[in-house]
Ligand binder design. Sequence first.
Ligand SMILES: [Zn+2]
Length: 336
Amino acid sequence: MDEVAVRRSAEIYPWLHGRWEHLTRLHKQQRLPHALMLNGPVGIGKRDFAQALSRYLLCQRPGDDAACGTCRSCVLFDSGGHPDLFQLSPEEAGKAIKVQQVRDLTGFLHSTAQQGGYRVVILEPAEAMNASSANALLKTLEEPGRDTILLLVTHRLGQVMPTIRSRCQRVDCHLPDPDMAQAWLSAQLNIDPDKAQQLLSICLGSPLRAREYIEQDLMALRRKFIEGLADILKQRRSALEVAQQLAKEDLELLLGWLYGWLLDIVRVLGTGDESCLRHLDANNMLRAVSRKADAQTVYALSDLVHTERVSLMQRLNPNRQLLLERILLSWSALVR
Ligand SMILES: [Zn+2]
């Protein structure tokens, strides 16, 4: 792990302090459940929270509510190689967690903790388990063995098998309130509060996503997408050309944006009030569409975008370019 990753992995974001205090208190009272399901929307720091909690549980000289950062266990943890920490994620992003991976976990849990303390498992995302890997995990969840904690992380609780859900204690994590998010983001990125506010509105209130947008330059992709959509409307490029240009990008992200914009248009059509447009960077285009399109067609397209986005999330592996083409063709038909 690089230095930034280590620093961040130990970070408890201010909006999760309450959860942190609750769990560390349970731990001190020896009442921490052996399986926790950290649940909440994308981009609020659940993974970092799971990392920090693991580090704390594995620490040999923990303070009142934080790992010491200097013991052998903390050093091992920060180097990314703690032998009593098992991290389980899909081998390839977007794919399922395989049953063999769960069997490897079972093997790990049957061995003795090397540092003599806890053994901690982070499984993320929990919704990536298919029926067979979930079944393979059930027994472990029921009897994980002494001094073992499993931390499951999900932002799609509805897609986690009920048998898994019912065996974990849920820890619900929420978005920070807007003022806290704005203050945090503008301090983190050293930007003025108005800019932070704009970014947060694009990222549906998620401060970590907003930070990522800047760090990974996702705003450039977003601009490219907006340009593509505007070009289609003005018949400067065809839907096919724009689909070709964008098919290899993160389609789930693109469709998420498009869905948000369509909802904005629906709102304007419903109320006649253009101030309903919340996405300042796409405002001109959205205003133009809302003046020409009819509600029925916009509804139909937003349904289509939603359905295709869910199929992407469920990894049904559709033909990406065709999928995008179909959506962009319907987009071009909005203003005819
Ligand atoms: Zn320590």
